[in-house]
Design a protein around this ligand. Structure first.
Ligand code: KIV
Length: 264
């Protein structure tokens, strides 16, 4: 596989080829995922839950994401590396620029930010200064306390319309990728068709351009609980590299996510 870039992902979308993404937090797993052809690795702030054992992602710091980004970078040959900007690290455009620079210098190719309308100026400022942005809409876990729990978003018409409009506005502001988390499959399909940038889904049905999962869920080690939208590929294959390969194959051939992983 040649080096994955925002241009190659765009080409995949245009050609209707599905791509895969996994979270990664260290060099060894990153190396294995990269070798299996996983196009995108994300140093997610999910590390606050799956590595640190917190109930949510809020305690994670920029320094912690930078530490894991440096480790993952050392394991990568081809995959695109995205680093999550943690809670309150981008509350103002100035904070965003300062902290995004730390993550880019740690080895990220792109940063991911959760939010819609309020982020537009920040997305433009980052992009203009050479920092590619992946936007994130739907169930944005840093807002868990505003949502009153980890709940599916965009179920009613007004919220669905708002998410669609925010997706278009983020693209216009300069975002080059979009993650949609835990929204109805029909809404994710509408957004994916409405945007020219690649859209990555998690709990967003089968019609997004790519799929992302948390590596601990794929390997069935997320404290005994696997979310409805995820799949334990290790149980199916019995070997880590085979599990990653099966995930990639099932996304490419449209088997994953199935109806049982999807919200309607
Ligand atoms: O933090 C994370 O791992 C994420 C993915 C679930 C998309 O944001």
């Amino acid at each position: 596989m040649a080096k994955v870039t925002t241009s190659s992902l765009l080409k995949m979308k245009q050609e209707g080829k599905k791509f895969t993404a996994l979270t990664a937090y260290d060099a060894s797993f990153a190396g294995a995922f990269d070798a299996e052809g996983i196009e995108i690795l994300l140093v997610g702030d999910s590390l606050g839950m799956v590595l640190q054992g917190n109930e949510d992602t809020l305690p994670v710091t920029t320094d912690e994401i930078a530490y894991h980004t440096r480790s993952v970078r050392r394991g990568i040959k081809q995959s695109l590396l995205i680093a999550d900007m943690p809670f309150m690290s981008y509350a103002t455009p100035e904070q965003a620029m300062h902290n995004a620079a730390i993550l880019m210098q740690a080895g990220a190719n792109m940063v991911k930010l959760e939010g819609g309308q309020w982020l537009l100026q920040t997305v433009t400022m980052l992009t203009e200064r050479g920092i590619p942005v992946c936007a994130h809409l739907g169930l944005t876990p840093q807002s868990v306390n505003v949502f009153g729990g980890f709940k599916i978003q965009g179920r009613d018409e007004a919220n669905a319309k708002r998410i669609l409009e925010e997706a278009k506005a983020l693209q216009a502001a300069g975002a080059q990728l979009l993650v949609l988390e835990c929204i109805p499959a029909s809404l994710a399909k509408t957004i994916t068709q409405a945007l020219t940038i690649p859209v990555i889904g998690i709990g967003a049905g089968a019609d997004t351009d790519g799929q992302i999962l948390v590596m601990h869920d794929v390997l069935g080690i997320s404290s005994g609980y696997i979310p409805k939208f995820s799949k334990n590929y290790l149980a199916q294959t019995g070997e880590i590299r085979a599990a990653v390969k099966a995930f990639k194959e099932e996304v490419a051939n449209g088997t994953f996510p199935g109806k049982e992983h999807t919200f309607n």
